[in-house]
Design a protein around this ligand. Structure first.
Ligand code: ADP
Length: 597
């Protein structure tokens, strides 16, 4: 009966309402806000009901409803799309952001927080009489009480600090005792000595002290930190406060209206309000350091985990590798280019040297021919002499034959003389041909004195009035000269011919030439000394310049070629005034050949 009358009452009320406002009643759309109720349903509902009432008042077209979950339940509700919005702690938020694409639209502002981004931290307390414990690093081998393995402010924040101070909470502590909530149990365990230290949220101790439930002097804080403007004791950095987030399927208009309403929400009686979403990167880093969900895979040694863990090193290594490869490639290319350039320039040099050698050989040949040319007028006379003698003997034999006076002795004498003269003539021709021959240069052991004697023979054979040429050889043993014989002979001939020319118009006693060969300090020295006209100091300074000549029919190439030949043999050619009288002294040196030991 009571039920029926109540139903009638409601129906009449709705109808009246509709008639009085002239509108059709609109059913408000339900919006479920899933909350991580870490302290239990009752506490959670009490904590969030001011926010819920505010939203229902601010956005009347929606009906906001609170759904309390533990961590696992909240995950399942999001996965099954049973919630439109989520309010949870920063730790679960980053995990679900990664897994379900939750996206924060506002961050809570609590009264004790420095800012929404610096709100949650932990204190590690020990009994005041534990003078052995001052920093978190002193907890190695000690017992620590905390809320739960997944509790953000109740354990994880401290776990990260322990790691930072070189303590692995999983292996370096003697025991971690997870005592759950309320945190006052942890304080009691520390006080009783059941554990050495305890993790509690910031400002809890101060609140309890304020209520008279705890004496601050009984406890000490490990690794105390200072944050400007933050009143409570602190052992860790401060992390962002709880966010409210929307799921991937939440209507974007709803998200926008809720965000706008929350940002405009006045402080609740407990001092809570909402701000623009904070940066949760520090929370991501914390989970990454602890290698927990969503970064739990970093514990595995799969390629993906290793890549995630060591990617900065790998990247650096790859960059170094790439830089090294580029450098090597460039160096290789450079070396190839330089080698090609070098080869090219070497080839060019070799070609130029070959050309030069060719020109030099040609010049030497021309010079030899020029010497012969100068001597050729006398040559005819020289060849003529044996020919005349041969003719005379031949005629004398014929005459005696006609007269019947030809005795065998006379035939023998005539033939012997004819043969001698023929040999003399052919010797002259052979020497000239040998000297004038065009040939490539070769290096072999030579006897300079023998070359000098040969040169003298050639000259004497070709000159009508040859001067006296005295050769003195005072070389000892042990100095072999490796040289091109005909080239050295050419030098000797040139120097002797110049010496003959220098004395040509002078009295006979000044025409004699002295050729001295000696060994001095691993060198053979050859001096060609004459008593001829000599040279002025000015002419002397131009002596070895090409085309310098004082002779009307001279070429001025003899001495420059001689110098080139001697220097090509590693020697030196020079001229000076004859120190013992008038005339000149031309000298050249040739190095002795050293046989490798
Ligand atoms: P050329 O004999 O065709 O002049 P050389 O190069 O052989 O060419 O000689 C160059 C010049 O050096 C000669 O013209 C001559 O003036 C001078 N000369 C060379 N040898 C002597 C020497 N023994 N005494 C004086 N002058 C010399």
């Amino acid at each position: 009966m009571a039920k029926r009358s109540s139903f009638l009452f409601k129906a009449v009320f709705i109808l009246l309402g509709a008639c009085s406002f002239g509108q059709t009643p609109v059913l408000a759309k339900e919006v479920v806000i899933g909350v991580f109720a870490y302290q239990g349903e009752r506490e959670s509902t009490a904590d969030w009901s001011p926010v819920l009432s505010y939203l229902n008042g601010a956005l009347p077209t929606y009906q906001f409803r609170l759904a309390n979950f533990d961590a696992g339940g909240l995950r399942a509700a999001i996965a099954q799309q049973r919630v439109d919005m989520v309010i949870t702690n920063p730790g679960y938020y980053v995990a679900m952001e990664y897994e379900f694409g939750l996206s924060r639209i506002a961050t809570l502002t609590s009264p004790q927080a420095l800012s929404p981004a610096k709100a949650i931290g932990s204190v590690v307390i020990v009994r005041a009489d534990r003078s052995d414990l001052k920093a978190l690093s002193d907890l190695s081998g000690k017992r620590l009480a905390a809320v739960a393995p997944q509790a953000f402010g109740g354990y994880l924040v401290v776990a990260r600090e322990l790691l930072r101070q070189g303590i692995d909470p999983e292996s370096d502590l003697k025991e971690i005792r997870f005592m759950g909530l309320p945190m006052t149990q942890i304080i009691a365990a520390v006080q009783s000595g059941a554990v050495d230290a305890g993790v509690i949220r910031t400002c809890l101790a101060e609140q309890l002290a304020h209520q008279g439930a705890l004496r601050m002097a009984d406890f000490r804080v490990l690794s105390p930190r200072h944050e400007d403007g933050f009143e409570c004791a602190l052992s860790t950095p401060l992390y962002p406060d709880w966010p409210i987030a929307v799921t991937r399927t939440t209507d974007h208009k709803l998200a926008k209206r809720v965000a706008r309403a929350l940002l405009a929400m006045p402080d609740t009686p407990g001092g809570l309000s909402w701000s623009v979403p904070a940066d949760y990167q520090p929370v991501h880093e914390l989970y990454r350091t602890l290698r927990m969900e969503p970064y739990a895979f970093l514990r595995e040694n799969t390629p993906k985990a290793l890549l995630h863990r060591f990617w900065p090193w790998l990247l650096g290594f790859l960059l170094v590798l790439v830089a090294w490869a580029i450098h090597t490639f460039r160096v290789d290319k450079l070396v190839l280019r330089r080698t090609a350039q070098l080869r090219e320039s070497l080839n060019a040099r070799e070609a130029a040297e070959a050309r030069m050698r060719g020109h030099q050989e040609q010049m030497e040949h021309l010079s030899r021919l020029s010497i012969l040319g100068e001597l050729s007028s006398n040559l005819a006379h020289e060849i003529n002499q044996p020919l005349t003698t041969i003719g005379n003997y031949a005629r004398s034999v014929l005459r005696r034959q006609a007269d019947g006076r030809l005795s065998p002795e006379a035939v023998l004498e005539a033939c012997t003389e004819i043969d001698n003269e023929a040999q003399r003539a052919s010797g002259i021709v052979r020497r000239i041909r040998h000297f004038a021959r065009k040939r490539p240069a070769v290096r072999e052991p030579v006897d300079v004195a023998q070359l000098a004697a040969e040169a003298r023979r050639l000259l004497l054979g070709m000159l009508m009035h040859p001067p006296a040429i005295l050769i003195e050889d005072v070389t000892g043993t042990g100095c072999d000269v490796l040289a091109d014989g005909p080239q050295i002979q050419q030098v000797l001939l040139n120097l002797l011919k110049n010496a003959i020319d220098a004395g040509r118009d002078l009295p006979t006693e000044r025409q004699g030439i002295f050729l001295r060969i000696e060994s001095v300090e691993n060198r053979q020295l050859v001096h060609v000394i004459d008593q001829g006209c000599g040279l002025t100091p000015d002419d002397l300074s131009h002596l070895f310049e090409p085309f310098f000549t004082t002779k009307p029919d001279g070429l001025g190439l003899g001495l420059p070629i001689c110098k080139t030949i001697i220097e090509a043999h590693g020697g030196r050619l020079w001229a000076e005034m004859n120190p013992q009288g008038p005339g000149m002294c031309f000298s050249f040196s040739l190095p002795c050949h050293v046989t490798p030991a």
